[in-house]
Design a protein around this ligand. Structure first.
Ligand code: NAD
Length: 293
């Protein structure tokens, strides 16, 4: 029997509704959560992400501001912009859209954002809090979204063999830290695979929960998956498709057709992890507003 789909659109909608309720509750105390996104340059993909973040923030009843800076912005100018947002009491969440132009040191920018306004969860203070399991920090939105998908789909994580493919700082590593905690929705035995892993399939085939974030279109095929496993595909890749009007379509890092025949639950691409990232960004922003109030 083919796997059941995990509907990321519906679960993200649930979270966005919960956030909208929290926003109303805060409004009674005169607080309007504010998210400011800084976009440097004119990368088309980044512009699309920033627009959809702004739209979702407005829809949830929050105060949304996008600051657009030219591609030749100097590092000192961007640092001064971050300092101004750090000091602004109406700004609860700050997000500097990556990638940044070459003349800017992205690490220096991330480190300059106040950790209690770092709703992306990339500041080393928040990275450390996630690793030691302290809950008053911010967890990066995509791995936090994956955990929500598992929890809200009723997947048992305690004691499960969880294999994460990919070790990036924005997905793989924080995903590992989350699933490893002695906490609800976690408590798994976690293996992290990466580009130097020998015999990837030997690891993926052991997984009760397989989370793939490798940025390689359809890399994980059905034969690499244990029958009955839960498969979460974080990948978003554009592949050429002459039959599509745009000339391309989006596929994940998992070969959906073959994986679906083996897994018990699986996320589609698009419509799986993607919508969760923005939902969790909204939730982080509400939390920032609550904590800063
Ligand atoms: P990345 O390129 O920073 O990291 C990819 C990781 O995969 C690396 O750690 C690398 O070691 C590992 N890898 C590459 N080839 C491998 C192989 N053959 N075997 C094992 N491991 C291998 O990518 P990222 O930023 O972590 O993103 C991963 C994917 O997730 C991309 O497709 C990206 O578009 C997508 N993504 C989606 C969302 C979302 O909102 N759904 C958010 C972030 C990233």
């Amino acid at each position: 029997m083919p796997a059941e789909l995990i509907d990321g659109v519906a679960i993200a909608r649930q979270i966005r509704d919960e956030v909208a309720c929290d926003v109303q509750r805060l409004a009674q105390r005169g607080i309007v959560p504010g998210l400011t996104v800084v976009l440097v340059g004119d990368d088309p993909a980044s512009a699309v992400y920033v627009r959809s973040k702004g739209k979702a923030t407005d829809e949830a009843g929050m105060h949304s501001v996008t600051i657009r800076l030219p591609a030749d912005t100097m590092q000192a100018t961007l640092l001064a912009q971050v300092d101004a947002l750090n000091a602004d009491p109406l700004v609860h969440g700050i997000l500097v859209q990556m990638p940044l132009p070459k003349q800017i040191d992205a690490d220096a920018i991330v480190r300059r954002i106040r950790p209690d306004k770092d709703v992306d969860g990339f500041h080393p203070v928040n990275v450390g809090k996630n690793l030691i399991g302290e809950r008053d920090g911010f967890v990066p939105c995509t791995p936090a979204g994956v955990q929500e998908l598992l929890v809200r789909s009723g997947v048992e994580t305690r004691g499960a063999e969880c294999v994460v493919v990919g070790r990036s700082n924005i997905v793989g590593k924080p995903m590992m830290a989350l699933m490893l905690q002695n906490a609800a929705g976690a408590n798994a035995t976690v293996t992290v695979c990466h580009s130097a892993t020998r015999d990837l399939a030997a690891h993926t085939r052991r997984a009760d929960i397989l989370i793939v974030a490798a940025g390689r279109p359809r890399m994980v095929t059905g034969e690499m998956i244990r029958p009955g496993a839960v498969v979460i595909d974080v990948g978003i890749n554009r592949v050429a498709d002459a039959s599509a009007r745009s000339g391309y379509r989006l596929v994940g890092d998992v070969d959906f057709e073959s994986a679906r025949e083996v897994a018990s639950l699986i996320t589609p691409v698009p419509g799986g992890v993607g919508p969760m990232t923005i939902a969790l960004l909204l939730r982080n922003t509400v939390r920032a507003a609550e904590r800063l109030a």
